[in-house]
Design a protein around this ligand. Structure first.
Ligand SMILES: NC(=O)c1ccc[n+]([C@@H]2O[C@H](COP(=O)([O-])OP(=O)(O)OC[C@H]3O[C@@H](n4cnc5c(N)ncnc54)[C@H](O)[C@@H]3O)[C@@H](O)[C@H]2O)c1
Ligand SMILES: O=C(O)C[C@H](O)C(=O)O
Length: 359
């Protein structure tokens, strides 16, 4: 390091470059042996570049906070069409490793996406009481399309975690965008269904009277109503339920989103539990990308597990995303009937997403 590298003027220059992250590092800083802070974590410590699109929203703000706390993240880009300067300034004061940069509006989308390893998308309208997730389709499909066009152009190899509803249709929209751009890799497009698993673990643990962290419930199918199919016969650790418990649990898990929408009474849908779930899923993706073995999560992905082109099951996460789609495993009669209902609705939702791109 240059002998003056720690002098007050150098330190101030370094901080200034950090505060205005779009400013390229000054040549004299490099001569002095100073590296912009954004690169610091790229050495011994593993560090991934992560973007949150919709970062100023209800999910986006909490998710940005949680991603700033993740030691696997070296650079965190926060993009929204409103309010990112404030959210970025706020989150950037957390004394954790990730360097935070904010991007505001369509004209900064490309800068937000360039070089990203993982892109998390919670952009889009949330439900109000009385609405289905499908009622969000017209607005959110357009948002997802434009964001995915940016991803195809600026970070075509990034892994995408798609949260925007209706997930059952927005994932097919994203796939069509990437196909058209010639960048589609099914392994890298993951619809986030982790909140269904979190709810299932919570509600099952309540019934069993155990710690939810010790419970693991596979939830397959999709992310809306009857397409959310908890496999209560495959709960780990193994346990059994009465018919009433199965009916209560299935109904509560399938309607968990509506429970929150109604409780919020017009102020939106699940944001805090969703941010928690999205951060958990993103962390699992990052650990897979780092090369950790045995990372398995449920996700809505391109799949051959059923005759449908997309389906949520357990997937094994690896360096390239969803490296392996795991089978459904043995289902009981109740689950087999649920699967048929789920597939019927899913087929229509998938078709709607594909048709949106072929209009
Ligand atoms: N997958 C799931 O399990 C799950 C769970 C909860 C919510 N959701 C969905 O997540 C989405 C966001 O929910 P929320 O509560 O955070 O909503 P919100 O309204 O609080 O936030 C959405 C954010 O998206 C931003 N946005 C809108 N258009 C954009 C664009 N073109 N580019 C970038 N940002 C844009 C808005 O400015 C806003 O800040 C909704 O569609 C909701 O239904 C999904
Ligand atoms: O229910 C919603 O609209 C939001 C989300 O999909 C959820 O499951 O909480």
């Amino acid at each position: 390091m240059h002998p003056d590298a720690t002098s007050p003027s150098h330190r101030i220059a370094r901080v200034a470059a950090h505060l205005n992250p779009l400013t390229p590092p000054r040549p004299q800083m490099e001569e002095a042996g100073l590296r912009p802070v954004a690169c610091r974590a790229k050495g011994a410590a593993p560090g991934f570049k992560v973007a949150v699109l919709g970062a100023a929203g209800g999910i986006g703000q909490s998710l940005s906070l949680l991603m700033k706390m993740n030691p696997l993240v070296s650079v965190l880009h926060l993009y929204d069409v409103v309010n990112t300067p404030g959210v970025t300034a706020d989150v950037s004061h957390m004394d954790t490793t990730a360097v935070v940069r904010g991007f505001l509006g369509q004209q900064q989308l490309e800068a937000a996406l360039t070089g990203m390893d993982l892109v998390i998308i919670p952009a889009g309208l949330p439900r109000k009481p009385g609405m289905t997730r499908d009622d969000l389709f017209n607005k959110n499909a357009g948002i997802v399309r434009s964001l995915c066009e940016g991803i195809a152009k600026c970070c075509p190899n990034a892994i995408v975690n798609l949260i925007s509803n209706p997930v059952n249709s927005t994932v097919p929209v994203a796939a069509e965008v990437f196909k058209r751009a010639g960048t589609y890799c099914p392994k890298r497009l993951l619809g986030v269904t982790t909140l269904d698993v979190a709810r299932a673990n919570t509600f099952v643990a309540e019934v069993l009277g155990v710690d939810p962290r010790d419970v693991s419930v596979p939830v397959v199918g999709g992310h809306a109503g009857v397409t959310i199919l908890p496999l209560l016969s495959q709960v780990s650790p193994p346990c059994s339920f009465t018919a009433d418990e199965i009916s209560y649990l299935t109904n509560r898990i399938q309607n968990g989103g509506t429970e929150v929408v109604e409780a919020k009474a017009g102020a939106g849908s699940a944001t805090l539990s969703m941010a928690f779930a999205a951060a958990k899923f993103a962390d699992a993706c990052l650990r897979g990308m780092r090369g950790d073995a045995g990372i398995v999560e449920c996700s809505y992905v391109a799949s051959e597990v059923t005759e449908l082109p997309f389906f949520a099951t357990k997937v094994r996460l690896g360096r390239g995303g969803a490296e392996e789609i795991l089978p459904l495993g043995p289902l009981n009669d109740f689950e087999r009937a649920g699967l048929e209902m789920a597939k019927k609705e899913l087929a229509e939702s998938i078709q709607k997403g594909v048709a949106f791109m072929n209009k």
